[in-house]
Design a protein around this ligand. Structure first.
Ligand code: ADP
Length: 272
């Protein structure tokens, strides 16, 4: 109905106007469809852990359970509520950053500090999800700083690093490095020896809730929002996200920061 009404209105202004308007309407409809899909996805993501939680509550209330069993139920309930907390926190992060193209107040952030935090997180996660652990290598490169928003930068880097750990089976290799290219741009690369991603999925990977491996995502605490967050942070820092992947070989995700946002710190030489 909206399309007809607007088109009739536009007719009075001639052909070009009408064309322009119908293009606007198509964009509006697309935005509306995306909004509806998003709400449906969020509802689904929240409903699943809620259903599990209320089932467990009912069991605890109605069945006489042994202590060990009671504890198992409580542990599972804790996992589900944690899953909802992570989802809500990712949703809040996204809603804070996807509206405006510019980051908040930029400051010079030490890359080494971000990498240390990512490394601690990667190792802790690896020990939780995989009994075999992963071979995790960090190369902090030259001492440098990025001009940006600290928590956004950490969020983007940590999403890429934790994805590499989550999708790479135990005993696999995850490498993280920072380097400054000859032209002054800064490159943060995360590569893994995981399953790789089919070419056809790559263009859609940064869409909210788009998942290639649904069960692996859920099992390892994924919300389906990680790469959407990465995309927005990257855009807000005028950076570029580059993804390479080969099925059966592994994947690499790089964030390339413009030279204007990167500065290397002079190396301090200590007298012997
Ligand atoms: P999720 O929370 O599901 O991991 P993301 O937005 O971070 O959501 O990633 C989207 C999808 O991309 C994932 O569900 C997964 O299928 C795929 N993916 C992301 N990183 C990797 C990786 N390093 N190796 C293989 N697949 C990956």
């Amino acid at each position: 109905a909206r399309r007809v009404k607007l088109s009739v209105h536009a007719h009075a202004y001639g052909r070009n106007q009408k064309l322009l308007l119908s293009r606007d309407i198509t964009a509006l409809e697309l935005a509306e469809t995306m909004r509806r899909d998003f709400v449906a996805n969020v509802s689904h993501e929240i409903r699943t852990p809620l259903t599990v939680l209320s089932g467990f509550i009912e069991t605890l209330q109605n069945l006489p359970l042994k202590e060990a069993e009671r504890e198992r139920y409580l542990r599972l309930m804790g996992q589900q509520s944690q899953r909802m907390q992570i989802l809500v926190s990712d949703l809040l992060t996204l809603s804070r950053i996807d509206g405006s193209p510019q980051p908040g107040a930029s400051e010079w952030v030490l890359v080494g500090g971000l990498l240390v935090q990512c490394e601690q997180e990667a190792k802790a996660l690896s020990s939780v999800i995989s009994p075999l652990g992963h071979q995790i290598h960090f190369d902090a490169g030259p001492v440098s700083e990025i001009s940006g928003v600290q928590n956004e930068l950490f969020s983007a880097m940590s999403n890429l690093v934790t994805n590499a750990v989550r999708y790479t089976p135990g005993a696999g290799v995850v490498k993280v490095s920072w380097s400054v290219l000859a032209d002054g741009r800064g490159q943060f690369i995360v590569s893994d020896s995981g399953p790789g991603i089919e070419l056809e999925h790559l263009p859609r990977l940064t869409e909210r809730f788009y998942r290639v491996d649904r069960s692996r995502s859920r099992e390892t605490g994924g919300t389906g929002l990680g790469l959407a967050i990465v995309k927005h942070v990257v855009q807000r820092h005028n950076a570029e996200l580059v993804i390479h992947s080969q099925v059966g070989q592994g994947s690499s995700f790089s964030i390339i920061f413009p030279a204007s946002r990167v500065r290397q710190m002079p190396v301090l030489l200590r007298a012997a």
